[in-house]
Each structure stands twice: as structure tokens, then as C-alpha cells.
Design a protein around this ligand. Structure first.
Ligand code: FES
Length: 116
């Protein structure tokens, strides 16, 4: 069974084929932001998949559009709720949660202005 390792928090969780990163985090009381509830309508569940990137399907246009709203995006950036494990593997998937995670739903647009 594959494992998810959240690098900065040093937490390792098991993930099965068909499960996504967000649901694994929440099922294990790992508090990953998820303002839209996992329906690809925000960017708050932005994570960086440092190892095991190819174990997930390619991002669709809708996800890419949401990632355009996230800060600190790079080539390993994904939305955790859209990362559904595709294959059974013993690999450890390394996940980084970006420090600057925009959450306009929780903080409101005024908070975003104050941050500038
Ligand atoms: S929780 Fe909103 S896009 Fe993942």
C-alpha cells in the first residue's frame, strides 16, 4: 500500500487506489484546508507532490484554473482533492503543504488586501 508523507509535519498516512490526498488527510485529522469541500472550486487544498507525482492523473483544465489562484505554485503543484491514487504501489509519496496557502473563503477578501 502506498504511503503519503507530509514532509514538514513528518506525518505518514496510508493511501489506497481510488482515494485522494485530501480525504486521507481529513480522515486522519490532518488539518488540510479545503474551503470548497473537495469539488475543485477553490485553491486552498494546494499541495506540492515532491515524490510520486506520476501516480496521480494529469490535472484537468478546471484544476489548472484553480491553481492559477494559488500562491507559490510550481511544477509539482496539485489540488489535494483532485489527486486520486491510480495504481497500487509501495512507494512513499512526498507531500509539501505550501506555507503561503491562500484561503479567501476563510479569511475574506479584506484579509487578502491587508496582506499586501
Ligand atoms: S478543496 Fe477546494 S479545490 Fe480542493
Amino acid at each position: 500500500m502506498a504511503k503519503l508523507h507530509f514532509i514538514d509535519e513528518d506525518i505518514t498516512l496510508e493511501i489506497q487506489v481510488g482515494q485522494n490526498i485530501l480525504e486521507i488527510a481529513l480522515d486522519n485529522s490532518f488539518d488540510l484546508d479545503h474551503a470548497c469541500g473537495g469539488v475543485c472550486a477553490c485553491s486552498t487544498c494546494h499541495v506540492k507532490v515532491r515524490e510520486g507525482f506520476d501516480l496521480f492523473p494529469e490535472a484537468e483544465e478546471e484544476e489548472e484554473d484553480q491553481l492559477d489562484n494559488a500562491r507559490d505554485v510550481d511544477l509539482t503543484s496539485r489540488l489535494a482533492c483532485q489527486c486520486v491514487l491510480q495504481e497500487d504501489t509501495d512507494q512513499v509519496i512526498e507531500i509539501e503543504v505550501p506555507f503561503w496557502n491562500v484561503n479567501l473563503v476563510q479569511e475574506g477578501p479584506d484579509a487578502a488586501h491587508e496582506a499586501h
